[in-house]
Design a protein around this ligand. Structure first.
Ligand code: ZN
Length: 492
């Protein structure tokens, strides 16, 4: 008996050690990797003769075999006023290209080096307003010879098949998406993995890009959205709130939601996962009913009761973190466009951050001065802020994050350290896009446009500095939304 107990204890200890090692060890999928702190540094030197591009960053080389990459806007619009995009000659919205990565561990990377990864990828130009940019963002899907998803680990990131190649262009500081994905990744359970790289398409140097993991399903996916169980209670799914995209909708709405009615008519909730091919009408209906129950609870007078409370439907910590990351950076599209909500094996809804290109006063049409609170103008969060408990959790979490990843020192050092890591790649990128950097003026009013990388870095730093000070003094004003004088309740 004694031996059995000892054996059990030893086994428990062993399991605990294995668990701790897997949760916090160097290969842990949950550990956030900040490329600029861990990867090969720019001053590491190289033994090459300097006759070709020599970079310490991973090098992505795409060969389209002479085909145009589809998805550029044509300048024409369809019956709904949406831009019409170019298609491949065979009518598809993607083409297959040769996709290679050179990512040496012991020396710099050169176009003639033996690739670290060679695969076939589907590719198209992606984005909405960013489709206008000369430095295009691209959607990638790695596929095998049968056209099936072919996940691969990339630049030290976990294996995945769907990626985005995002080229900082509107963001002349070059760091917004990198820093905010990583800061979100420290504060939240899931945020896209991201690595800087340099891109060559058909021999043409295209400058500095970010390889970004997308919010999708698939083998080895870091989000556990398994659909092995038939019962919906054990099945995850992923929804996307975004502008109506006819080709995604297939002519029909996935979900009729309050969000759509209360925000803008051009916002729809799409079911991104399960994929179209796996989405039966029965399953679609079940997801719609479940989502409606969440929104009904959120907008009801019973929002603070045990039976109908929002906490039965959402992961409250996740929503608090999402609120704070997007509020601090004034990422005003979050909660309207490019808004991803998923339900994993925890059974609660969670939000995933996406796209900080316009954050920190880089929005095209409106100046975003640091002295405002924006997230409460988003329907879900306006409703959540009726709860005293939710508001208190935001204020408490703000104080915590302000001591760590949202502290002034952390934010300003993060920008300096990232740019020091990028080193000569910044100059190469800016030379390539010099004309856009100096002449393109998309922001309104025109005085907001910055004409060099240095100006853009200064703007970002000053804005973040002022933003923190203003929020320290004013974030507590969101308590007005939960004050009893503002919210009639019928339950007390
Ligand atoms: Zn070299």
């Amino acid at each position: 008996m004694k031996h059995r107990i000892l054996g059990l204890l030893a086994m428990t200890a062993m399991i605990l050690v294995v668990f701790l090692a897997s949760a916090f060890g160097p290969d842990s999928p949950t550990r956030r990797v900040h490329q600029h702190l861990t990867a090969r540094q720019p001053d590491a030197g190289c033994d090459c003769d300097g006759s070709e591009l020599c970079t310490h960053l991973p090098l992505v080389i795409i060969d389209t075999g002479g085909q145009e990459i589809p998805g550029k806007i044509t300048g024409e619009t369809d019956a709904f006023g949406e831009d019409i995009s170019t298609l491949a000659p065979d009518g598809r919205d993607v083409i297959n290209v040769s996709f290679t990565i050179v990512d040496n561990q012991d020396r710099n990377n050169h176009p003639s080096d033996t690739p670290t990864l060679s695969t076939t990828s589907e590719i198209r130009v992606r984005g909405h307003s960013s489709r206008l940019f000369e430095k295009s963002p691209y959607q990638l899907d790695f596929v095998d010879e049968h056209g099936q998803a072919a996940p691969a680990p990339v630049m030290g990131m976990a294996s995945h098949s769907e990626w985005v190649l995002y080229g900082p262009y509107l963001d002349k500081s070059l760091v917004r998406n990198y820093m905010w994905y990583n800061i979100a990744g420290e504060a939240m359970e899931w945020a896209p993995n991201v690595r800087y790289c340099e891109l060559i398409i058909n021999g043409d140097y295209r400058g500095l890009y970010l390889m970004v993991e997308t919010i999708t399903d698939g083998e080895d996916c870091r989000l556990d959205l398994s659909t092995t169980a038939k019962n919906l209670k054990a099945t995850g799914y992923l929804l996307q709130g975004d502008r109506t995209v006819e080709e995604d909708l297939g002519g029909e709405r996935d979900i009729y939601s309050y969000l759509e009615r209360m925000l803008t008519l051009s916002t729809d909730i799409l079911i991104k996962y399960p994929k179209r091919s796996d989405l039966t009408e029965e399953l679609r209906k079940e997801i719609e009913v479940e989502f409606a129950a969440f929104e009904k609870a959120l907008y009801s007078y019973d929002y603070d009761t045990d039976d109908y409370g929002y906490w039965n439907y959402i992961d409250v910590d996740n929503f608090v973190n999402y609120f704070l990351i997007n509020e601090f950076s004034l990422n005003v599209d979050a909660g309207r466009y490019s808004t991803y909500i998923y339900k994993d094996m925890s059974g609660k809804y969670k939000l995933a951050v996406w796209d900080f290109n316009n954050a920190c006063d880089n929005y095209w049409s409106d100046p975003l001065s640091p002295d405002r609170i924006d997230m409460v103008s988003h329907t879900w969060f306006l409703m959540l802020c009726k709860s005293e408990d939710f508001v208190q959790r935001i204020l408490d979490r703000y104080d915590e994050l302000r001591q760590t990843v949202l502290s002034e020192t952390y934010l300003l050092d993060y920008i300096d350290d990232t740019l020091a890591y990028l080193g000569p790649a910044v100059e190469r990128n800016n030379q390539r896009w010099n004309e856009a950097m100096t002449q393109w003026e998309p922001l309104s009013p025109a005085s907001r446009n910055l004409h060099s990388h240095e100006e853009a870095v200064t703007q970002l730093k000053e804005w973040l500095y002022e933003r923190g000070i203003w929020l320290d003094e004013n974030l507590h004003t969101i308590q007005q939304y939960c004050h009893p004088s503002r919210n009639k309740t019928y339950n007390h």
